[in-house]
Design a protein around this ligand. Structure first.
Ligand SMILES: NC(=O)c1ccc[n+]([C@@H]2O[C@H](COP(=O)([O-])OP(=O)(O)OC[C@H]3O[C@@H](n4cnc5c(N)ncnc54)[C@H](OP(=O)(O)O)[C@@H]3O)[C@@H](O)[C@H]2O)c1
Length: 277
């Protein structure tokens, strides 16, 4: 009997997955999607999954050669043609260039349906050792750069009365964590600006991107995308902060010890045999 139920559950899951995937395809096929930070990581994978769906792409970052590599692979794995993918060099910290960049995308495609604010960087250093310039640079990139580009694209979307803006935040936009005080601040600031999708270090990038696309296609205002224990800790942080502080103090102490001794573990990871901490 339990085997029968397992089979029914499996079938139901695959039907749900099929419905979800079809919805994503219907919603995003033929749409113009601008992905920032597309030269590596989540942005790169987003470009691959979007190209397979048939979305038209503007891909941005500072490293043009990496963007050309991503474009080449997109063309190999999809039915898109050369003109369907625009490689656009963009430095998010160079705010004076954002209007011209937005105009370049508009000139090429005539519209922007979705802006994915993905470009950004993290930080791993002790608060006491971190120069103020690091805080300034990370806020400049993750927060101000994102706001600046969003404002330019939003003008176009307001005129068109249509468009979606997706901002990739982090679990660090909800909770605090040792060794990332500047990064946490930048993502908390972003989080207060826009309720956004969230990624975790533990989740495979392709799954994380698929869930981000499902959230985008379904107009979810906020999606918490993460594996456990990160997700559970996030809920705790949000709804039972006293317990979250207790847990973070325990995990954080270990993480700082590991960092100081050169072993950089994420909370929940087990140290390799023989390593300190
Ligand atoms: N991976 C995770 O586990 C995780 C977890 C939570 C949140 N996130 C968020 O997800 C996003 C992508 O992270 P990732 O892990 O995929 O990182 P990644 O592989 O390091 O990619 C970061 C991207 O941002 C671009 N970038 C960096 N500085 C830039 C600048 N000044 N101007 C324009 N583009 C710039 C990089 O391209 P160039 O160097 O070529 O400019 C690169 O394409 C970030 O917002 C990050 O905070 C990631």
């Amino acid at each position: 009997m339990s085997q029968q139920w397992a089979q029914v559950a499996k079938k139901a899951n695959s039907i749900l997955a099929w419905i979800r995937n079809s919805m994503v395809k219907d919603e995003l096929r033929g749409k113009v999607v601008w992905v920032t930070g597309a030269s590596s990581g989540i942005g790169e994978e987003l470009a691959y999954q979007l190209s397979k769906i048939g979305a038209l792409l503007a891909i941005s970052a500072r490293r043009e050669d990496e963007l050309e590599r991503v474009k080449k692979k997109c063309l190999q794995i999809s039915n898109l043609s050369e003109k369907d993918i625009l490689v656009l060099r963009l430095d998010l910290t160079d705010r004076s260039s954002h209007e011209a960049a937005t105009n370049s995308v508009l000139k090429h495609f005539g519209k922007i349906d979705v802006l994915v604010n993905n470009g950004g960087r993290s930080q791993r250093s002790l608060f006491v050792d971190t120069n103020l310039d690091v805080y300034s640079a990370i806020i400049e990139l993750n927060y101000l750069g994102t706001i600046s580009l969003t404002k330019h694209v939003l003008n176009h979307m307001i005129q068109r009365k249509k468009g979606k803006i997706v901002t990739v935040s982090s679990v660090m936009g909800i909770m605090g964590a040792p060794l990332a005080s500047g990064y946490c601040a930048s993502k908390h600031a972003l989080q207060s600006l826009e309720n956004s999708g969230d990624q975790s270090h533990k989740m495979p990038t392709d799954r994380c991107v698929r869930l981000t696309l499902v959230s985008t296609a379904n107009d979810l205002k906020e999606a918490w995308i993460s594996d456990h224990p990160y997700l559970a800790v996030c809920y705790l942080w949000q709804y039972a902060p006293t317990w979250a502080w207790w847990l973070m103090n325990r995990m954080g102490k270990r993480r700082i010890q590991n960092f100081k001794s050169g072993v950089q573990l994420m909370p929940g990871q087990t140290p390799a045999p023989g390593s300190p901490g």
